[in-house]
Design a protein around this ligand. Structure first.
Ligand code: UDX
Length: 444
């Protein structure tokens, strides 16, 4: 049966979730305090780059099954099921997550709930948040204990957000075992189409559901930093981390995914989630349990420094006046997100060391220019590389992987390339006369 759903927050998570719920057949209203964003969404336009989302969004905005508003009251009158999909960014100057947007949703919606409602939190939050919010909701909702809160963490990846929303590899629902209410029943109804496909459905307590999400991200971050730590050893010993990752990846217990050595992880999730996790462990008196995540963070940040030092070395010791073409600004391909982007961070560091940096990214230039207005942005690979002393591939977009090394050699000043994502076929570049430097490989 279609449910009437309100989704609070229309960023990567909320907008995709709202469109995904409409695609599943529900009646949906998306809510945000940012009226500019809501205006775009109302016209069926996605305020960020996310492949496939525009089609789903437009289809359901046109059919009337998906609406957007800045008015929480309108949403509260309409919906029986509420999702929280607002951000939990890192607090300024601290490791902990800033919970103000999540808290604001509860403080706004709670007093408007005059009939039974189920609220499912999707945002990534410190363990203990859901229990606190459930209690607060009971206090402030006119309907009292019939305003029930559960947690339903989201695992979507940018670039695959629609696919991950519509075909998740698991669904996790956290409920208070003392007071389960209708949460599981409502979640089963919302996700009925997925349950029919036998998607694993894990019902657990609130704390476990919150921890599932941060543990998954901490594990992924650890896997990436593991291979980047090994890359450091490879660099020092003349070994090749790519061949090594292939070889260990055949062991099913290890697996090849997320063993891509390079510039390391960035984005709006992994970096801030491991930091918030450490902060929360400290509050719980178990900071030692997560001390290793500090090292995971350190290894990750060292990659950026390593690439800047490598660049300095290969151009002869000083970056001053050196023209460096940086290909990529987004934190990963298929995204225009530059939050904590290793690519943009390195471009900025090269610029601060006196290099003449020209950045090109297929989608992220507007966002990159907002963060680093003093960098030079080129309109194409060729424009960025014309006359360059060094080319750095910092994000593995398909169009960079398919560059013809011979053609680009004719454009640059010096055929030197740093493959910051180990995404190029090294031999092709060497054969075309390039000095090639990979990450954790002989030449790097
Ligand atoms: C991540 C999680 O994957 C997702 O489940 C969660 O919901 C949100 O956080 P996302 O931030 O979209 O998703 O990016 P992801 O694909 O996980 O990549 C994160 C970063 O790791 C990127 O900067 C990527 O370039 C880097 N990475 C990934 C590597 O450096 N090496 C790899 O092998 C894989």
């Amino acid at each position: 049966m279609p449910e009437r759903i309100a989704v609070f927050g229309t960023g990567y998570l909320g907008a995709t979730h709202a469109a995904g719920m409409a695609e599943l057949g529900h009646e949906v209203i998306g809510v945000d305090i940012d009226s500019a964003k809501i205006d775009l969404l109302r016209r069926g336009e996605v305020p960020f780059y996310e492949p496939g989302l525009g089609d789903v969004l437009r289809r359901h905005v046109d059919s009337g099954r998906l609406r957007f508003t800045t008015d929480a009251r309108e949403a509260a009158e309409f919906a029986d099921v509420f999702f929280i999909g607002v951000g939990t960014p890192q607090k300024e100057g601290e490791y902990a997550a800033d919970m103000r947007y999540v808290d604001d949703v509860i403080e706004t919606v709670g007093p408007l709930l005059t009939r039974p409602a189920v609220i499912l939190g999707k945002s990534t939050v410190p363990v203990g948040t859901a229990a606190r919010l459930a209690e607060r909701l009971r206090e402030i909702a006119p309907v009292g204990a019939d305003a029930q809160l559960g947690w339903n963490p989201e695992f979507l990846r940018e670039g695959f957000a629609v696919e991950d929303t519509l075909r998740p590899d698991r669904l996790v629902i956290g409920v208070d075992p003392e007071n389960p209410g209708r949460i599981e029943e409502v979640a089963r109804s919302v996700y009925a189409a997925m349950l029919e496909r036998n998607t694993p459905f894990i019902v657990t307590d609130l704390a476990t559901s919150e921890l599932v999400k941060v543990s998954a991200n901490a594990f992924l971050a650890t896997k990436i930093s593991f291979i980047n730590a090994i890359a450091e050893v490879c660099e020092a010993s003349g070994a090749d981390v790519t061949a090594l990752a292939d070889a260990i990846g055949y062991d099913e217990r290890i697996g090849r995914k997320f063993l891509g050595a390079g510039l390391g992880f960035g984005g709006g999730c992994l970096p801030k989630d491991i930091r918030a996790f450490m902060a929360r462990a400290g509050e719980l008196g178990v900071d030692q349990a997560l001390t290793f995540l500090r090292e995971v963070d350190n290894v990750n940040m060292r990659r950026r420094k390593h690439v800047v030092e490598l660049a300095t070395r290969v151009v002869g010791g000083s970056l001053s006046g050196i023209h460096v073409a940086v290909l990529g600004a987004a934190f990963k391909p298929q995204s225009d997100d530059v939050r904590d982007s290793p690519a943009l961070d390195v471009a900025g560091s090269l610029h601060l060391r006196g290099a003449d940096v020209r950045v090109y990214d297929p989608e992220a230039m507007r966002n990159a220019a907002a963060v680093w207005p003093t960098l030079t942005f080129a309109q194409s690979i060729e424009e960025a590389c014309a006359g360059a002393d060094l080319v750095l591939v910092a994000t593995e977009w398909a169009q960079f992987r398919s560059i013809d090394p011979a053609a680009l050699a004719a454009t640059v000043g010096q055929p030197r390339i740093i493959d910051g994502r180990n995404c190029l076929v090294a031999q092709d570049w060497i054969d075309a006369g390039w000095e090639y430097y990979g990450m954790g490989r002989h030449s790097g």
